[in-house]
Write a protein that binds this ligand. Structure first.
Ligand code: VGL
Ligand code: ZN
Length: 193
């Protein structure tokens, strides 16, 4: 596609945390495969001094999404635990802005925009286009992409740097279709290099 990155572009890395990677409590199968690809995007954005945001699921111990509290998931990404840490090989820079979400016991937030300062920070920087990748395609990536579109950003889905859970077969494919129908543009690293 040959995109030229500029000052109004931002990268949003979604939930690349240990618990969502193999060995974690809510692992995306082969979720860690996004790490080297995201590192290339991070390198590309950082080289141009363009902003990089990293969202993280940051739950209290009694979060409503956990089975014990009526939710669908095993405990994961409890704030301050090893499972909530970013994948150790994810090369975040000093300047990366970390966005913690789903921090309230009674509120789920699959989107990085929900209950956070992400949108206001992007506006302050006069960002017009966002590039979104990470985990999981069918939950937090999807909801972050859909909210970015709703907020008026031109939104690019990093198809080579996102992976999903597929609780039901086809969930990821449907999530990608839904994002594209809503206006997201699917790209791979070669489009920005
Ligand atoms: C996520 C399930 C539960 C995600 C977060 O980051 O996609 N999925 N919490
Ligand atoms: Zn969660």
């Amino acid at each position: 596609m040959g995109l030229t990155l500029s000052k109004s572009d931002a990268l949003i890395v979604v939930d690349v945390q240990r618990d969502f990677c193999p060995g974690g409590s809510l692992a995306v199968p082969a979720g860690d495969r996004v790490v080297p690809v995201l590192n290339r995007y991070i390198g590309r954005f950082s080289a141009g001094s363009l902003p990089v945001f990293a969202t993280r699921d940051w739950h209290p111990e009694n979060h409503m999404s956990f089975e014990a509290y009526g939710g669908p998931w095993p405990p994961h990404c409890v704030k301050g635990t090893d499972g909530a840490k970013f994948h150790p090989e994810l090369k975040l820079h000093e300047s990366t802005v970390i966005v913690s979400k789903a921090t309230e016991p009674g509120e789920e937030a699959y989107s990085g925009f929900q209950g956070t300062e992400l949108e206001s920070m992007l506006r302050k920087l006069k960002i017009k286009r966002v590039f979104v990748g990470g985990l999981a395609t069918d939950y937090c990536v999807k909801n972050t992409v859909l909210d970015a579109i709703k907020a008026g950003f031109s939104t690019f889905l990093l198809t080579d740097a996102s992976m999903g859970v597929d609780v039901n077969a086809g969930d990821c494919r449907r999530a990608v279709d839904q994002m594209i129908s809503a206006g997201a543009i699917g790209i791979t690293f070669s489009d920005v290099s």
